[in-house]
Design a protein around this ligand. Sequence first.
Ligand code: AKB
Length: 316
Amino acid sequence: MKILITGAAGQIGTDMLPLLLDRGDEVVVFDLAPRPATCPDGVVWLRGDITYPEEVNTVVEQTRPERIFHLAAILSATGESIPHRAWRVNMDGTRNVFEAARLFAVTQVFFTSTIAAFGPGLAQPVGDDVPLRPTTMYGLTKVAGERLGEYYENTFGIDFRGVRFPGLINAGIPGGGTSDYALFMYVNGMRDGRYEAFCTPETKIPFMYMPDAIRAMLELSDAPKENLKRSVYNIAAISPSAQEIADAVKARLPDVVITFAPDPRRQAILDSWPQALDDSNARAEWNWAHEFDLDAMSDDLMPKVRALLGDPTIRV
Ligand code: AKB
C-alpha cells in the first residue's frame, strides 16, 4: 500500500518509517526538513511546507497515496512560544491535508491527537467523551483537527481515524513537547549523568513507549471500519509519576542525579492534562492493548539511547 506521511522527520515518523517498509508498504514523506541520515533507503522524501495548500496538493496529486498519516505538528511547549506559527502549521496544515485527500481521492487520513486536547478539572481516568477545553494552542488545534476530520468524513466520505496519544518516549531527540521531561531524564541522564526536570516529582501524566504507539496507529488504521463506533480514540499505556521515571533511570544508572525544579508555565500545562486515560473503547472495538510497562520500556530504551549518543551524525 502507498502511504504518505507528513512530518516524518519528527519523533513518531523516525521510528515508523522502517516498520512500514518492513511490512511492504510504499512510503512517501512530505516534510519541511531535509532527508535525515537515519531515513531508510526506499523512502521517497519530498520537501515542502504543509502550510502551503499548493505544495500539499502537488505531493498528493503526484504520489496518489491510499492513506495519509498526518504527523506534522508543532507540539505544546514550542507551540506556546510561537503560537501563531503553531496555528498555521497545525490548523492550516491539517486543513490542507484533508482538502488534498478530498481532491485526490485518498481513502484514509490518520490523525495524531493528544492528551493535550483535554483541559483541567476532569474526573480521572479521563474518557473519550468528555468536554474538551485545552489550555494550549497545540491542544486547541488538535481538538479542531479532530472535528475537522469528522467533518471531512461525514461530508466527503474520507475514512478518518485518529488516536489521542499520551506523552511518547523513544530513543530520539525530544520534539518540543511539555512531556519531554521524561525523555530528557533518560537522554540527559545518560549523556551528562544528571538532569534537572522542569516539573514536580509528583507530576503524573499518561506515557507510551514508541513501539506501542506505532503499533496502535497501524492496528487502528487497519481495523475493520464496521467495528469502529468513533473516529478518534483515547489510547493508554502507563501513568508513572516523574519520580517513578527518575527511579527507573536510577535503577539502571545508579550514579545519575535527577533533581526537580518546576517551571510554573510548563507545570501549569502538565497539571491541565489527564493523569490517566480510560481507553476501554479502543480495547473493546479494535483490541488495543499496550505491551510496554515502565520497566520494559526502560530496559529496551536505554541501550538505544546509548547508541544514539554514540552516533556522530546525530546531535542530541
Ligand atoms: C507534548 O508534550 O506536547 C506532546 C503531547 C503530550 O502531545 N508530547
